[in-house]
Design a protein around this ligand. Structure first.
Ligand SMILES: Cc1ncc(COP(=O)(O)O)c(C=O)c1O
Length: 402
């Protein structure tokens, strides 16, 4: 009787097996690995079913959960003082999931007038079409917010430091007002980052953050995060599973890398922003400087109580659109681009960029004058920035005189 030899696998089979054999690593890597995989093998069908059915923890499919994205969510949750989190492919994806995890058709949202333009567009566009009505309120006037709640209000949506007015919201007081009415609160903490402020510790229910900004810190990655308690994050995760907006593994890796240096970067961003704000305050033709670290800031007392420092963002009013564009166009160091929270200084004219969706009346209501310049202060030498700004101010003066 001839015994059958086991069949030798063919070349393609061996190539796939060889190229997907995991290295045996007993030592822990010093950084979180990039789990660039869509699927994860399970012991048997029962285990796969349990993971997909949320009956056991584990990974099955990277749209639902990915270890590198989970590591980012856990890191931000830890820094924000929250129980749990979920990492998204952008700040807007995080904001969308957080909002629709709380409200549905027929509900009403109270949102700060000074919200980021993209967030306002989400409220007035898609969410409005889906039957979620939003009323905008000045979140710096607590009385006004108190009067704006109705029996249909199901969510209060705020920003720690508003974009671009740099208004500082009294989160503890407003969370208290909302909770007394059984209304949960979501706060966009992008401008502050957990280095400056931790809204969960002030009573907020969900914190959303564009990790594209200070957390990533280098203008090379788009990502977003939502953090909160386990129950709320389970709801957010459920929305995400069906909409598919999870953070890509490489993006999560880049944000984790940014977070390692968040504190040292923020110290320098804050120190340079304060120096620039002080310089600008003394300049002719600068009508107003808005910086949470200056005693002249309208919510200076709230900022002192709520923020570790003044932050890396400042804004100033040059009195008109022409002066603002002449200033920005004359600069040589800052990039003429959108975004913020980078190693490089970025100067923008919000009415033409982040808030281009707003008409004149809405700009006024959001506290955005036509001549506003918003600065995200980078890590360049501050003396170089001041010298460059002096050139910009001279150009703004000539534009107005001409
Ligand atoms: C305050 C704020 N929140 C959210 C976002 C949206 O973030 P992303 O561009 O990562 O979607 C931005 C973008 O500029 C922002 O400034």
């Amino acid at each position: 009787m001839s015994e059958e030899q086991p069949r030798a696998a063919g070349f393609s089979t061996r190539a796939i097996r060889a190229a997907t054999t995991l290295p045996q690593v007993r030592q822990a890597p010093s950084t979180v690995p990039i789990y660039q995989t869509v699927t994860f093998g399970t012991a048997d069908l029962a285990e796969l079913g349990d993971i997909l059915g949320d009956r056991t923890s584990g990974y099955a499919y990277s749209r639902i959960d990915n270890p590198t994205a989970s590591a980012l969510a856990a890191a931000v949750a830890a820094l924000e003082g929250a129980e749990a989190g979920f990492a998204f492919g952008s700040g807007m994806a995080a904001i969308h999931a957080a909002i629709v995890s709380v409200v549905g058709a027929g509900d009403e949202v109270l949102a700060t007038t000074a919200a980021y333009g993209g967030t306002r567009a989400l409220f007035t566009g898609i969410l409005n079409r889906l039957g979620i009505r939003t009323r905008f309120v000045d979140a710096t006037a607590i009385e006004g917010v108190r009067d704006a709640f109705t029996p249909q209000t199901r969510l209060l949506y705020l920003e720690t430091i508003a974009n671009p007015s740099l208004a500082v919201t009294d989160l503890a007081a407003l969370a208290d007002e909302a909770h007394r009415r059984g209304v949960p609160v979501i706060v966009d903490n992008t401008f502050a980052s957990p280095y400056l402020c931790r809204p969960i510790e002030l009573g907020v229910d969900l914190v959303v953050e564009s990790a594209t900004k200070w957390l990533g810190g280098h203008s090379d990655v788009l990502a977003g995060v939502v953090v909160g308690n386990r129950e709320r994050i389970a709801e957010v995760r459920a929305i995400q599973t069906d909409t598919g907006a999870i953070c890509a593994p490489f993006s999560a890796f880049l944000v984790l890398r940014g977070i390692e240096t968040l504190a040292v970067r923020m110290e320098r961003h804050c120190a340079s922003a304060l120096a620039l704000a002080r310089y600008l305050e003394g300049q002719e033709h600068v009508e107003r400087v808005l910086y949470p670290g200056l005693p002249s800031h309208p919510q200076g007392a709230v900022a002192q109580r709520q923020l570790l420092a003044g932050g890396g963002m400042l804004a100033f009013d040059l009195g008109g659109r022409e002066a603002a564009s002449a200033f920005i166009d004359a600069l040589s160091l800052p990039e003429r681009t959108a975004s913020l929270g980078s190693i490089k200084t970025i100067c923008v004219h919000p009415p033409s960029t982040s808030h281009r969706q707003l008409d004149e009346a809405a700009l006024k209501a959001a506290g955005i004058p036509a001549g506003l310049v918003r600065v995200s202060v980078g890590l360049e030498d501050v003396e170089d920035l001041i010298a460059d700004f002096a050139v910009g101010l001279a150009a703004a003066r000539s534009a107005v005189a001409a």
